[in-house]
Write a protein that binds this ligand. Structure first.
Ligand code: ADP
Ligand code: ZN
Ligand code: ZN
Length: 826
């Protein structure tokens, strides 16, 4: 073994992470022609199972043949340098362990699909190809096929091209960036373009331009349009052109523009634009920090000398982003990489534009709205050193950083940092802390309403805490008023779902030419149909949930599985025709309000209205430019926006949030109400927030009015301690899933009985059917493990859970049962 000569020999075997939910790594052999070319972190192509061909990632290479199975050869190596570095491989391993997941599940979450090639993946030509590589005959053949078919699967392509082993050619075309791969048809890349106009280059010459004006002397309209163009675009910048829409807007001369194009005076062309709108290249200097911001910054830096993690507790509008900009700049100047994490809904165009102005081309963006090849571009840009700073959502913790100096987790309390589906159900904030530790980087968590868990760690000294209590520019926090809806109902003063107080405030707001936001909590409380005779509720046939009534399309939809049905004329149960809508969603609010305030221009932002292409940007733009007066929305309107003219915020129904059956519901309600309130009165004027509630004395509402985070924290922590909830315990939720209700229940009881002897009866709760116990025809039943941190060895408990699950699944009856783990559910 220790013969030094042998070490020079290239390794014979590679342990691979295969993208399948199998518990282990798989050993493959390295064939002679690939010897020395396979290294950890490289992507390789292998046959997995009988027919499947997949992209796997090398975890280790070695010389020990596996004892139990005969190895298959690696078919092809896709990389010349690692796609995943050693930090990432370690992180994947940690994640798999911590979240009771498998290597393949973790790999699937980590690697963007544009870096995965398998027999069912799709190929298309790269529409932004700009190289001038020579292509082999086979490559030309493949390109020819793609020009006709546009997109095609590997299998099909191999068949059409008549090539047995197509992978070497695909690898070569990928390396030349002539093609891109993607996993599903919906990921196909269609660049977003805008139509632009420029002057024909002929007239960039001064003389020619003068002559042109002479020839147009008798055409005042055309001259006019031309002058408008030249006013907007100096002749040196002619090649950049002007957006056609804008030229039409200012001149109102659509047909004249067309004539000029026909006469070849103007040229029309298309430009690919970023998903985040037009991003100006104008560099901006660092913002000058206020006194409070500067002392917060210094405190953070000081704490970083002894602490790995600092929490910045800064109220809404305190200017946390500007502090981040300073810290990021400092880390970049010392040659290190920076990751700035934001929740999906908070990563807005506004934010990106703001940061791009400061960090320019050094900044990469990683967002789920991005296409496959945009994500690959960010990934590769980090490896090549092009991007040293990335702003991104949850999944950007998987990017190939090799020298992180700072991670910022903004809105750290946001539960959307937790991945729900599929496994691994990881928390990006918690994973970021592990990642930072590996790199020796510092982490700054930030929020106006920190999670109880994070704040608790500060008070026990394990994290630094910096508090920023002043809004930037001393804008006062909004005035918060509770509108008592029970009383209003009793005196029959409600107009539909609006209290007189809310309506009055909206009217006043319109009168002052100011804007308002109306917040309505998300789904689950959406309108549904009931029979007034027998109380029958119209439910989904596949899931245990009521169908949501969509007024606009007049149909019923399941928000879990997408099932749709027409609105029935009579009750399925009793035949009565007295069918009524119950509950109210954003759509109904919009309709009611447009009758109550006929002069207001109202728009609505929820999952329905933003689904259409650019729907989101359009709604925001219209509100920003004051084309709309009132914006009605769900959670989406609560984050990250900075609108100067919003004076009034109305929150429709706090009761439902408070009464949600979850030990975190008070914490979450407080966070949401404070965040939404933060949208009011952000510049020179004090804003007004009205919360409708039937329980105006509720202690949580009182804390919101007083902006009393520490009060909330104390009360919540005491509750958590009494009932042994996090941070005093760790919770692991196990869900058993099967189409047969009875079998699922039996398996759950069995697992409970396997776990109890070792973990203790009181730590294994359930099994219990959840509120929604059937989704897409699968029944779900939960077991909850509550493990006290000071009494239970958690890694040991996790081993035990794994072992007993294997025991359960080894029983013949339960072989088809699915077991889902959720560690630290939120
Ligand atoms: P937070 O994220 O803490 O809620 P923001 O960072 O969005 O607050 O800042 C609130 C507003 O104040 C923004 O419009 C921002 O541009 C402005 N602002 C904050 N700090 C400064 C500064 N130092 N100079 C100029 N404008 C600032
Ligand atoms: Zn009925
Ligand atoms: Zn359904």
């Amino acid at each position: 073994m220790s013969n030094p000569l042998q070490q020079k020999e290239a390794e014979l075997y590679a342990d691979l992470i295969v993208p399948a939910p199998v518990p282990n790594l798989y050993t493959y052999s390295i064939p002679d022609h690939l010897k020395g070319l396979v290294h950890p972190g490289f992507r390789v192509i292998v046959r997995f199972g009988k027919k499947k061909i997949v992209t796997a990632v090398v975890a280790h290479i070695h010389n020990n043949p596996p004892q139990v199975y005969e190895t298959k050869d690696i078919m092809e190596v896709l990389d010349d340098e690692p796609t995943m570095n050693s930090f990432q491989l370690r992180m994947l391993h940690w994640m798999q362990d911590y979240y009771l997941s498998t290597p393949g599940e973790v790999l699937n979450a980590a690697l963007p699909s544009g870096l995965k090639v398998h027999s069912q993946s799709w190929i298309q030509l790269n529409s932004s190809y700009s190289g001038d590589y020579p292509f082999s005959d086979t490559e030309e053949n493949i390109i020819g096929i793609l020009q006709i078919k546009l997109e095609i699967t590997f299998d099909e392509l191999a068949k059409m091209a008549g090539i047995k082993n197509i992978f070497p050619h695909i690898k070569s075309l990928l390396a030349k960036e002539k093609i891109v791969v993607f996993e599903e048809v919906k990921e196909k890349f269609t660049p977003k373009t805008i139509k632009k106009i420029k002057l024909s280059p002929l007239y960039e010459d001064q003389k020619n331009l003068q002559n042109l004006f002479l020839t147009l002397e008798k055409k005042p309209q055309q001259t006019d349009v031309l002058l408008h163009y030249l006013k907007q675009v100096p002749i040196q910048k002619n090649s950049e052109g002007l957006e056609k829409k804008r030229l039409v807007e200012v001149t109102g001369a659509d047909s004249t523009i067309r004539t000029l194009v026909k006469k070849e005076i103007f040229e029309e062309f298309e430009e690919v634009v970023s998903r985040f709108g037009k991003i100006s290249k104008e560099k901006q200097d660092l913002p000058v920090l206020s006194e409070h911001q500067e002392s917060a910054r210094q405190e953070i830096m000081k704490l970083f000398q002894n602490q790995e993690t600092v929490l910045l507790h800064g109220i809404t509008g305190s200017g946390k982003t500007e502090i981040f900009i300073h810290l990021i700049t400092q880390a970049l100047q010392s040659g290190m990489q920076v990751l700035y994490l934001l929740p999906e809904i908070a990563l807005t165009t506004q934010m990106v534009v703001r940061l791009k102005k400061v960090f320019g081309d050094k900044m990469g963006i990683y967002h789920s709205k991005f296409s496959v090849n945009e994500r690959v571009e960010t990934w590769k840009g980090i490896i090549s050193g092009r991007f040293s700073f990335v702003i991104g959502v949850r999944s950007s913790i998987f990017l190939p950083f090799d020298n992180l100096g700072l991670i910022i987790v903004d809105e750290e309390h946001e539960t959307s940092y937790k991945q729900q589906e599929p496994a691994p159900r990881y928390h990006a904030r918690d994973t970021a802390l592990v990642l930072a530790k590996m790199h020796g980087a510092k982490t700054l968590l930030a929020s106006a309403t920190p999670s109880i868990e994070s704040y608790h760690l500060c008070l026990t000294g394990r994290r630094g805490l910096v508090t920023l209590n002043k809004r930037f520019g001393d804008t006062p926090l909004p005035e918060i008023i509770i509108s008592d809806t029970r009383r209003a109902k009793k005196f029959k003063e409600m107009h539909n779902d609006f209290s007189p107080m809310v309506l009055g405030a909206l009217e006043e707001c319109l009168k002052n030419k100011e804007q308002a936001i109306i917040f309505r909590n998300r789904r689950g409380f959406s309108p549904y149909l009931t029979c007034e005779e027998c109380a029958h509720v119209f439910k989904c046939t596949n899931c245990d949930v009521s169908l949501t009534y969509h007024m606009h399309s007049n149909n019923l939809r399941c928000h879990y599985c997408g099932y749709r049905e027409e609105v029935a004329k009579e009750c399925h149960a009793c035949g009565s025709t007295r069918i009524a809508t119950t509950g109210f969603g954003t759509e109904k609010i919009e309709q009611d309000l447009s009758l109550l305030l006929p002069n207001a221009k109202i728009s609505r932002m929820d999952t329905d209205t933003v689904r259409s292409k650019n729907g989101y940007e359009k709604i925001i733009k219209a509100f920003e430019s004051k084309e709309t007066d009132i914006l009605i929305g769900t959670q989406m309107v609560s984050k990250g926006f900075d609108f100067g003219n919003v004076s009034t915020v109305a929150i429709m129904d706090a009761d439902q949030m408070l009464n949600f059956p979850d030990f975190r519901s008070f914490e979450k309600t407080f966070q949401l109400l404070v965040q939404v309130s933060g949208r009011a009165g952000r510049r020179d004027k004090r804003g007004k927030v009205i919360i409708q509630s039937s329980d105006p004395q509720h202690r949580i509402l009182k804390k919101v009015i007083d902006n009393d985070y520490t009060g909330l924290f104390k009360e919540e922590l005491a509750e958590r301690e009494t009932f042994l909830y996090p941070p005093f315990s760790r919770i692991i939720k196990i869900t058993i899933r099967h189409t047969d209700r009875n079998l699922a229940e039996r398996a759950a009881y069995k697992l409970v009985n396997l776990l109890r002897p070792n973990l203790g009866n009181h730590r294994v709760l359930g099994p219990e059917w959840p509120i929604i116990s059937k989704i897409r025809n699968y029944y779900l039943i939960n077991i909850l493990l509550k493990l006290e941190k000071n009494k239970v060895d958690i890694p040991y408990a996790k081993q035990l859970i794994k072992k007993e699950t294997v025991n359960l699944l080894n029983e013949k009856t339960f072989r088809q049962i699915q077991v889902i783990f959720d560690v630290d559910p939120v």
